[in-house]
Every structure is written in structure tokens, then in C-alpha cells.
Design a protein around this ligand. Structure first.
Ligand SMILES: *Cc1c(COP(=O)(O)O)cnc(C)c1O
Length: 398
């Protein structure tokens, strides 16, 4: 009997959908900074930036207080202005679109591919107008978007590409690491992401000009660097605010954790991908379930595992299946509510039905737990619970 109907749950305690993995090296690294001269942005942030840039094959990395600040800074550096349109996917966290609004720009949502769930590069071109300035593709669940096509279109229409790679640290595209491919790439180090700094983010770029702009924006629009000062006649105390920026700095405490976590990225990737493979093998033949299309599995560092429930096969809706899994103590989730369905975006005039593939997927999707610290028993529990619940609710005719 299902736990939701009073039966015994598959697990006695709730398995979360995501969780950070912290080891003794992480603790040592953070403690070391706490007893050093710098707590906030100092040498450890710089070391983290160098390590991240090297890992993703970029010239520069600029660390931020979170991934949303990194997206905001990238939109600033790309010179997004009032009336500019920026194309992004609606199947993402709201921050991917909010950053456009921060700059006064207009998010334009272009639909996803039904199989990969990434922005459909074929549809992208239809969303371009004379006002389009940039594209923000998201590597949804960690699987790379079709960057060759996206770059080809961007080049033809003179658009800036900012990759939102919050899901995709450790992913490669045709042999090159995500972070090295576009004008700018943003990352998030929130605890559910592959590598964490508590809160944190970064932008990587190969452009020295963009690098300077990103650094300026991170710290109030203020620079102290002598070569950048407009007034060079002042004393050693002198600094200049050259534009309106924010305090979006990362602390050295966070960067110490980030550096130590980056050392484990390959281990993290191997374990995440191993869990994904176990899930795939368990669910590939289950009636009424659709797996996300795997584009280049070995290049992907998986962030989310999504199960698409084909609702025609079942007597109930996604909500009942979701609640039944929660009752079995499996911490399922849904990623994501289409961004323009949020009341705020609706108030801006975005209508329902705008992106049918996204809306169709949204109604059928469930995110299963996926994190490095999951034991094989945890993985088995998830598989057993999914099968138990789906078998219970599947229509007899199937
Ligand atoms: C997590 C996430 C962000 C925001 O990152 P924060 O560090 O939480 O600000 C942006 N975009 C996507 C796709 C994300 O998953």
C-alpha cells in the first residue's frame, strides 16, 4: 500500500533532492581563512578565480556574491539597455530572465526542444527582432545547449551570447569546457549546484574589457587601479566611482570553500553521472515514463534528473504522483515553473500558451534526488518508490 494511503513508506526519513558535499579539506580551507588577515574579497578570491578560469578554459573569471549577481553583471557588461530585447528559455529559474529586467531590457521567451528540454535553436531565429541584443541560453540539467547553432545565429544577427551555466560546471561541448565558448558564461555555487561556496557565483570571459567591466560592477562601480583612473594626479588614497555598481563581492571565506570544492569536481561529476546511469537503467523500460534525451552523456556533468510522466498512462495527475512520492519520503521537486507563468511576469503581459513545449513538459515533470552524497541504497529507494507509485496509479489498460 502507498504511504500516502497509510502504508509503510519506502524510507523512514526524507531524502532531499539536492545536498552539498563537504569534507575535511573544505573545513580546513575555510578555517585557514578565518584566522588569516582577509575575510572578504582578498587573495583567496583571486586564487579561486584563477582556478575556476583554468578549469573552464577561460582567460578570466570574476567571482560574485551569487549566481544572480553574476547574471546581472554579465547583462551590464553586455550593455543591455532599456528597450533591448534578450532571448532566453522559459524552462529555467527566474534569475535567468530577471537579470534582463534589472537592466531595463525585455526578456523574450523562446520555446524548448521537446526531447532535450534545452532552448530550441531552430525556433530561436523566429524570436529575433531589430531590437534583439543578446541570447541567454541555459544548459538545462547540465546538458549543453546547441552552442554551434546558437553562435552561428548570434554572429549573423550580431548578438551577444551569455551562457547561464548554473547547471553546467564540469560539462563539455564538442571537447571544450562550458565557460570557454561564449563572450561570457555565468555560474552559481548555491549548495544544490555541483560545487558550492554557500552563496556564490562567477562570470568567465576571454575579453579583458569585459573583465574590467565585471570587476567594476561588482564593487560599486569603483576602481582603485591606477591605470584605470581618469584623474591620475591624486594621492595613494584615491579611488574613483566611474559608474553605478553594486556590492556583489564574494568573501574569501566562500572562495576558500569554492577552491577546495573545485578540487573535487571530477569526483563529483563521476558520482552524479553514475547515479544518472542507475536511474536511466531502472526507468528506460517503465511504461508511461519518458527520459530526457541524452545528447552527449560522457560530456555532461549532470545537475538535475528529470522524469517526464506521460499522464495519459495514469489515473491521476502529476500532483498526486508527486505527493505520493513525498509520502514515501523521496524529496522530489519540480524544475521549473515556466518563468512567464509567475504572477509578476503575467503582470508584465506575457500570456499563457506562449511556449507550448515548455508548458506541456511542465505539467508532466518531476525532479528526482541527485547529489554526490547519495548512497547506493538511497538510489535504490528512489527507484523502488517511483516504481511503486507509478505501478499503483497506472491505468489497467497499460
Ligand atoms: C541557481 C540558478 C541561478 C541563480 O543562482 P544563485 O546563485 O542562486 O543566485 C540562475 N540560473 C539558473 C539556471 C540556476 O539554476
Amino acid at each position: 500500500m502507498l504511504a500516502i494511503d497509510g502504508g509503510k513508506p519506502i524510507r523512514s526519513s526524507m531524502l532531499p533532492y539536492g545536498r552539498q558535499y563537504i569534507d575535511q579539506n573544505d573545513l580546513n580551507a575555510v578555517c585557514h581563512v578565518l584566522t588569516s588577515d582577509f575575510l572578504t574579497t582578498g587573495p583567496t578570491v583571486e586564487a579561486f578565480e584563477r582556478k575556476l578560469a583554468q578549469r573552464v578554459g577561460a582567460q578570466y573569471a570574476v567571482a560574485f556574491s551569487n549566481g544572480t549577481a553574476a547574471l546581472h553583471a554579465a547583462c551590464y557588461a553586455a550593455d543591455i539597455q532599456t528597450q533591448d530585447e534578450v532571448i532566453t528559455t522559459p524552462m529555467t529559474f527566474a534569475a535567468s530572465a530577471n537579470c534582463i529586467l534589472y537592466m531595463g531590457g525585455k526578456p523574450v521567451f523562446s520555446d524548448i526542444d521537446k526531447e532535450t528540454y534545452n532552448i530550441d535553436a531552430m525556433l530561436l531565429e523566429k524570436a529575433i527582432t531589430p531590437r534583439t541584443k543578446a541570447i541567454i541560453p541555459v544548459h538545462f540539467t547540465g546538458q549543453a545547449a546547441e552552442m554551434d547553432l546558437i553562435h552561428e545565429i548570434a554572429q549573423r544577427f550580431n548578438l551577444t551570447v551569455i551562457e547561464d551555466a548554473a547547471h553546467a560546471l564540469g560539462t563539455y561541448y564538442h571537447g571544450d569546457p562550458i565557460g570557454s565558448l561564449s563572450k561570457m558564461t555565468t555560474f552559481s555555487f548555491h549548495p544544490v549546484k555541483t560545487v558550492t561556496t554557500g552563496e556564490g557565483g562567477a562570470v568567465t570571459t576571454n575579453s579583458p574589457e569585459l573583465y574590467q567591466k565585471l570587476r567594476l560592477f561588482r564593487s560599486h562601480g569603483i576602481t582603485r587601479q591606477e591605470s584605470d583612473l581618469l584623474d591620475k594626479e591624486q594621492g595613494a588614497w584615491y579611488y574613483e566611482q566611474q559608474d553605478l555598481g553594486y556590492n556583489y563581492r564574494m568573501t574569501d571565506i566562500q572562495a576558500a570553500l569554492g577552491s577546495s570544492q573545485l578540487d573535487k569536481l571530477d569526483i563529483f561529476k563521476a558520482r552524479r553521472n553514475e547515479i544518472v546511469l542507475s536511474y536511466d537503467n531502472a526507468f528506460v523500460d517503465v511504461e508511461g515514463v519518458q527520459l530526457q534525451k541524452r545528447v552527449s552523456p560522457r560530456d555532461t556533468c549532470w545537475h538535475l534528473y528529470i522524469l517526464q510522466i506521460k499522464l495519459d498512462y495514469f489515473n491521476v495527475d502529476r500532483k498526486e504522483i508527486f505527493n505520493a512520492l513525498r509520502a514515501e519520503n523521496i524529496g522530489v521537486n519540480v524544475h521549473y515553473i515556466p518563468v512567464y507563468w509567475h504572477p509578476f511576469y503575467r503582470s508584465l503581459g506575457y500570456p499563457r500558451g506562449l511556449c507550448p513545449n515548455t508548458e506541456h513538459l511542465y505539467k508532466q515533470m518531476i525532479t528526482l534526488p541527485l547529489f554526490v552524497g547519495m548512497t547506493d541504497q538511497d538510489v535504490d529507494d528512489v527507484i523502488s518508490a517511483v516504481k511503486k507509485v507509478l505501478n499503483h496509479y497506472r491505468k489497467r489498460s497499460y
